[in-house]
Design a protein around this ligand. Structure first.
Ligand code: PMV
Length: 364
């Protein structure tokens, strides 16, 4: 058996730079991702309590341009712009991110930055932009580092981008590459790491080629409980250990399912993961519910449709009320029809987003 040398935090410290970098800019586009096996519960510096795996998306992305200019003062200096407008509300989160990664990106205080960002999905759609946003920013920073140290390889570039993105928002580490990314060490997945996302290394059946994800926007409002608080509540959670074991076991079960293209078994794992995630929220202390009545209406409609038609459509949820509808590319016409006829009524302002599995971030 081939064993990869295990990477540690130490491997992400910067080597001495051989080049200098004057005023300039760099732009990266990074997609969102949707977990099949969910991450919920962390420790240390954003390390996951269990392994997770996600489909990288394609149409839901953040595009970030990082403008940089050398300076002399010894503090962080940056401004954030969303769609061209200053967004000071984002800045405390970015400051925290910079403070966390300074150890690994030592030039942060040597430049004045302007961070210009746009999302392809509507702002306040309830779709978390933290995964795509943090990963796009991390990619811009490692791209700067690569100019300072051109010996950085593509593999290391992607690993360090994912490592940095993780320190901004855990699930962001799964947004650098695609189409299927694993995060969190798992005995059955060679190369898997708590520190960064890695490409799923095994065979995947053609049933999953261009797998579709239509995101139904059920509730576009601000979440009542942030995922930071939700992760925190897993610390004293009565079912935490069982949940982490369940996720790791679901990861294991998914390997033959992905290889053989067994869509019935896929549905069982994916839907059960979504409901287990929300069950953790409902059994936290304090407890909370992020699903809305229309989330449940949609789930019931999907189950009914599947029973009546034999379709392989299924749902998953992230930490919110919106529903991700997953289905094979071959069912696109019928499922669109079903969504328009039966599900759109449950969406806020009839809004939904059509997406599909994607290849990862790209430099623009
Ligand atoms: O990346 P965070 O800290 O926002 O956590 C998000 C976790 C879920 O989206 C609910 C699940 C997952 O694995 O993406």
């Amino acid at each position: 058996m081939y064993l990869c040398p295990t990477m540690t935090e130490h491997d992400f410290l910067s080597k001495p730079y051989t080049n200098t970098l004057e005023k300039g800019q760099v732009t990266w586009q990074s997609p969102s991702n949707i977990a099949l096996v969910k991450y919920w519960g962390k420790y240390g510096e954003q390390l996951p309590k269990n392994t997770s795996i996600s489909f990288t998306l394609s149409n839901c992305f953040t595009k970030t341009t990082l403008f940089y200019e050398p300076k002399t003062s010894s503090d962080f200096e940056f401004e954030v712009y969303l769609d061209g407008q200053r967004e000071a509300g984002f800045e405390p989160k970015i400051l925290k991110f910079f403070q966390r990664i300074e150890h690994y990106i030592p030039f942060l205080k040597e430049y004045r930055f302007r961070i210009g960002t746009t999302n392809s999905f509507p702002h306040s759609s309830g779709i978390a932009s933290s995964a795509s946003g943090m990963s796009a920013l991390a990619l811009c920073l490692i791209a700067m580092e690569q100019q300072l140290n051109p010996s950085i390889t593509t593999d290391y570039f992607n690993q360090k981008a994912s490592f940095l993105a993780r320190l901004g928002s855990g699930s962001a580490c799964r947004s650098v590459e695609g189409p299927l990314i694993v995060w969190g060490e798992h005995a059955s997945i060679p190369g898997s790491s708590h520190l960064f996302g890695t490409k799923y290394p095994f065979g995947v059946h053609k049933n999953f080629d261009n797998y579709q994800d239509t995101i139904l926007l059920v509730d576009k409002g601000e979440k009542q409980v942030s995922s930071t608080v939700g992760h925190e509540l897993m610390h004293k959670h009565p079912f935490a250990e069982e949940r982490f074991a369940q996720a790791n076991s679901n990861m294991e079960k998914l390997i033959p399912v992905l290889r053989e293209g067994n869509l019935d078994a896929f549905i069982k794992i994916v839907e059960s993961e979504a409901l287990s995630l929300h069950a953790m929220m409902m059994t936290s202390m304090p407890y909370f519910i992020l699903m809305k009545p229309n989330t449940l209406e949609i789930i019931n409609r999907i189950w009914k449709y599947r029973n009546e038609t034999g379709s392989k459509v299924c749902f998953t949820l992230d930490a919110g009320a919106n529903v991700h509808i997953l289905y094979p590319e071959g069912e696109k016409t019928q499922v669109y029809d079903f969504i328009k006829k039966e599900l759109v009524v449950y969406c806020q302002n009839s809004q939904y987003i059509c997406d599909q599995i994607g290849k990862g971030a790209k430099k623009l």
